[in-house]
Design a protein around this ligand. Structure first.
Ligand code: AMP
Length: 222
C-alpha cells in the first residue's frame, strides 16, 4: 500500500503512522522526523531547516521534496509506504504525484484524521519529546514511567520549540492555508479516507486498521 496520512498538527498522524507501518509492514516516512534528525546531527539540511522548523513554518518545497524522493527511492520494491507530514501544500502533492507517476505508481489512499481544535491544542501543548531518540510522550495522556525522562534513553524530556504556544498558532494557521486544501484535492481523486481522530489512540488505531485492511486486500502489496 502507498499511503499518505493527512491532518492538522496534533491530529495523531505520527502515532498512527507508526502503528500502521508495523501492522501492514510499510516503510514509515515522516518528513518532520527526518528534518529533526538532520537538525540533531547538524547536517547541511538540518542547518537550513532549523529556523523554519523551530518557528513552525514550512521548510522550502525543494528541500522537502528532495528528501521525500530520496526516501521513496530507498523503499524496497515489494514494500509499501506511509507518508506522514508530506505533502503539506499543493505543490508538494503535485511533486509526489509526478515522482510516483515516473515509477508507474499511484497512491492507494490518503487517510485524513479529522480532529477538533481543543483536541489539537491539548495534545500539542502537553507533548514532550526525547531529544535523543525523538520518542513522544504527553504530560497527561502518555506520561513516561519515570518522571520527565525517556523510557528508552533515560534522557530528560524536552518541549519541542514548535510545541510552544506561538509556534502552535503559526503551525495551525499554515495548516489551514496551505495544507487543508489537500483534503479536497485528494477527495476529488477518490483517494480520501476520513477517520475521526478525537478519541484515544487505541480507538483511532482500530478505525485505521479496519479501513486499511480492506485496501490491503485489494492492493496485494505490503
Ligand atoms: P511535523 O513533525 O510533521 O509536525 O513537522 C515539524 C516541522 O517540520 C513542520 O512544522 C515544518 O517546519 C517541517 N516540515 C515537516 N514536513 C514538512 C513538509 N512536508 N513541508 C515543509 N515543512 C515540513
Amino acid at each position: 500500500m502507498r499511503l499518505v496520512f493527512l491532518g492538522r498538527p496534533g491530529a495523531g498522524k505520527g502515532t498512527q503512522a507508526l502503528r500502521a507501518a508495523t501492522e501492514f509492514d510499510l516503510v514509515h516516512v515522516s518528513t518532520g522526523e527526518l528534518l529533526r534528525t538532520a537538525m540533531r546531527q547538524g547536517t547541511k539540511l538540518g542547518k537550513e531547516a532549523k529556523g523554519y522548523v523551530d518557528e513552525g513554518r514550512l521548510v522550502p518545497d525543494e528541500l522537502v521534496v528532495k528528501l521525500v524522493e530520496e526516501s521513496l527511492r530507498r523503499v524496497p520494491d515489494r514494500k509499501g509506504f506511509v507518508l506522514d507530514g508530506f505533502p503539506r501544500n499543493l505543490a508538494q502533492a503535485e511533486a509526489l504525484e509526478e515522482a510516483l507517476r515516473v515509477q508507474g505508481e499511484v497512491l492507494d489512499a490518503v487517510v485524513y484524521f479529522a480532529v477538533r481544535s481543543d483536541t489539537v491544542l491539548e495534545r500539542l501543548s502537553g507533548r514532550r519529546t526525547c531529544p535523543k531518540c525523538g520518542r513522544n510522550y504527553h504530560v497527561k495522556l502518555m506520561p513516561p514511567a519515570s518522571d520527565g525522562r525517556c523510557d528508552a534513553c533515560g534522557v530528560e524530556l524536552i518541549q519541542r520549540k514548535d510545541d510552544r504556544p506561538d509556534a502552535i498558532r503559526e503551525r495551525l494557521s499554515i495548516y489551514d492555508k496551505e495544507t487543508a486544501p489537500l483534503i479536497d484535492f485528494y477527495r476529488a481523486r477518490g483517494a480520501l479516507v476520513e477517520v475521526p481522530g478525537d478519541d484515544d489512540e487505541e480507538s483511532v488505531a482500530r478505525r485505521v486498521s479496519t479501513a486499511l485492511a480492506t485496501l490491503s486486500d485489494r492492493s496485494g502489496r505490503g
